[in-house]
Design a protein. Sequence first.
Length: 269
Amino acid sequence: MNVSFLGGPRPQRGVGVIAPFDFALDRELWRWVPDDVSLHLTRTPYVPVEVSLDLARLVSEHETLHEAVRALNEVAPEVVAYACTSGSFVGGVAGERAMGEAMTRAGAAHAVTTSGALLAALAELNAHRIALVTPYTVSVTQSLAEYLAEADILVTGRASLGLVRHIWKVPYHEVVAMAHRAVRTTTPDALFISCTNLPTYDVIPQLEAELRMPVISANQVTIWAALRHLGTRAVGPYQALLDESARQTFGAGPVPPPPVLPEEQEGWA
């Protein structure tokens, strides 16, 4: 079939993405992206370290960011997003800002990080009290809470899995169960699901309906912030961060009790 009359593919705008070497959810990022935007992904070099604060520091070193941005510069993305929550909160608020500055010095036209995008999303939602869901160990989860405290965000509840590897394999039902545990005794303004390697795309609308509050995730806020800089919107099923009308449905009553899942039964390790 002769397609020459089409004149080539439609013009694309570019978003560069720097992800840790173990990032496995490329497809999840693409699901939030409109058809006229392309993602250009690169990864940090492999290091033989489990998911921890040490790993977060290694994958966010300024030299690593410099090399990753240089690898993306050839395709001239309009914005470069550092897609790692722990890597962008491990140095605190000042460390996150320094990462963005390091990326722009390396040639990024504009830079965002997951943790910086998180604060922007919370401001967009006017959320000052949040619950946390993480796949991390206690120490990494605590570091996230400290980052949020620096930004005057109060953590009202949390739930975590204590994982040090293979986070992308966590099924949706475990994410849902953690979310219910995190808000069991409090009523925060929003719930944040941390880690760009934790699958969240399909559970956000479900959780917002069940918990009656905005639910945001690491990958969602990263793409939302990058696309906002482009003057366009992320796409996705009905969710508060992307659709202002969705925010009007919250506060309609108490949060329902969480479902009892097999891993919560007596005797589960």
